[in-house]
Design a protein around this ligand. Structure first.
Ligand code: GTP
Ligand code: MG
Length: 138
């Protein structure tokens, strides 16, 4: 069990003005911000980041959406970070996400679902290194 996870506040939630509310919920839940920036993925960045889904029918839509506007990328620290963060964000489809979860409160659809959360310790490290240089991590 590692103690970091990687998150993005996705273009829909940034555009809708939810950065502050989402970060507040994350820190209130006990996560410490180790790294954070406002940035935008190029089409190539988004393709690489979601390469694991390249055979899925929604891959094109996902890449287009994730590169469509600014995002907030962050590395978060907490005991049991990966599992606890996925619990905090809720199910991929906001209609199935539990009451009070970030996706239930802020997501619009299964595609535009407000936040990303790593699904394993290994991917948390890969995704953190994809977005941040060592000197940006505290
Ligand atoms: P992430 O934290 O973003 O990785 O979401 P997840 O782990 O809950 O879901 P998954 O990794 O299976 O899917 C990655 C992302 O692809 C989702 O967060 C959605 O943005 C998108 N996605 C998944 N299923 C669909 C779908 O059926 N249609 C569309 N348009 N997008 C989808
Ligand atoms: Mg995923």
């Amino acid at each position: 069990m590692s103690n970091i996870t990687f998150t993005m506040i996705k273009p829909d939630a940034v555009k809708d003005g939810h950065i502050g509310a989402i970060l507040n919920q994350i820190t209130e839940a006990g996560f410490r911000i180790k790294a954070m920036k406002l940035t935008q993925l190029t089409v190539d960045d988004a393709k690489k980041f979601y390469e694991i889904h390249s055979a899925r029918p929604f891959y094109g839509e996902l890449v287009e959406f994730m590169s469509s506007g600014p995002i907030v990328a962050a590395i978060l620290e907490k005991d049991n970070a990966v599992a606890d963060f996925r619990k905090l964000i809720g199910a991929t489809n906001p209609a199935e996400a539990e009451e009070g979860t970030i996706r239930r409160k802020f997501a619009k659809s299964v595609g535009e679902n407000a936040v990303h959360g790593s699904d394993s310790d290994e991917n948390a490290n890969i995704e953190s290194n994809f977005h941040f240089a060592g000197r940006e991590v505290f």
